[in-house]
Design a binder for this molecule. Structure first.
Ligand code: ATP
Ligand code: MG
Length: 248
């Protein structure tokens, strides 16, 4: 395989266009377990019946693991939103519609959201009382088994020339409560634009008859989980959101 035509340059992962397919190539020191997990998780999302870029193969070349999947010609939703700001509201609405459809699917073999968040909260450097509050809050949330993307943001949505959405990057997919995934997307949007995040939440709540406070209950939990990424520029905002008392 020739890794020449770069589509995306990431920190530890680059995506190339190879013979009409997309090949995600991982750095030499990338954990093999994480690559295999990403491939397995993606296949499980396919098994759940999601029309995603199909996984074609995985392997190793020059000591680098790679995952090959169908290539989707288009631009990311993030690029499109930047190019066409007037269409932003419509595109946020399409994001919600896709997500509602996704939440109708499920696969019992996917990892559970609750287990993942327990692990992440325990991993943070937060004060032990705050951790306890967050874990108590998490254990009180309704347990569902809906398909959740876990990183549903405009960077992970490819829009083809007919305007159809194709979602990639399913490594964080789990089964659980849809509001957690909405809160996670709210957070990802808010880290760039609080205005977009608020609009997105409003659209979701209107379309599904959900109270905004029901989704907001999840914010301290998803914010704590995001702290494990150790991004200094996000720290202040995330710690503010972790303050459980604010949302009671
Ligand atoms: N099947 C595909 N078809 C077309 N483009 C793709 C495909 N898969 C990924 N891409 C492009 O590559 C980008 C990065 O892919 P992906 O989201 O899977 O990696 P990532 O894990 O987010 O990488 P990093 O975190 O290092 O940025 C996507 O935003 C998209 O632009
Ligand atoms: Mg991505």
């Amino acid at each position: 395989m020739k890794f020449e035509k770069l589509i995306h340059k990431g920190n530890k992962k680059d995506v190339y266009l190879v013979d009409g397919t997309a090949v995600k190539v991982f750095a030499k020191d990338y954990s093999k377990t994480d690559v295999l997990y990403e491939a397995l998780n993606t296949a499980r999302v396919e098994d759940a019946g999601m029309p995603i870029p199909k996984l074609l193969s995985l392997g190793v070349q020059d000591e680098q693991w790679y995952i090959q999947s169908e290539y989707i010609e288009g631009t990311t939703l993030a690029e499109l939103m930047e190019k066409k700001p007037k269409e932003k509201d419509k595109l946020l609405e399409k994001m919600v519609i896709y997500q509602i459809d996704m939440n109708k699917k499920s696969n019992p073999l996917l990892g559970r959201l609750t287990d993942k968040y327990i692990r992440l909260i325990e991993e943070t450097d937060l004060d032990s009382n705050v951790k306890y509050e967050l874990l108590t809050k998490l254990s009180g949330m309704h347990k569902h088994t809906k398909l959740l993307h876990g990183d549903y943001s405009p960077e992970n949505i490819i829009v083809d020339k007919r305007g159809h959405f194709h979602v990639c990057d399913w490594v964080h997919a789990t089964q659980g409560n849809a509001s957690a995934d909405i809160a996670r997307t709210y957070l990802l949007l808010a880290l760039k634009s609080e205005e977009d995040a608020k609009k997105y939440l409003k659209i979701f709540c209107e379309k599904t008859g959900t109270k905004e406070s029901y989704v907001q209950e999840w914010l301290p939990i998803v914010a704590a989980a995001q702290l494990t990424k150790n991004r200094p520029e996000e720290k202040d905002l995330l710690e503010k959101w972790c303050d459980v008392i604010d949302f009671q």
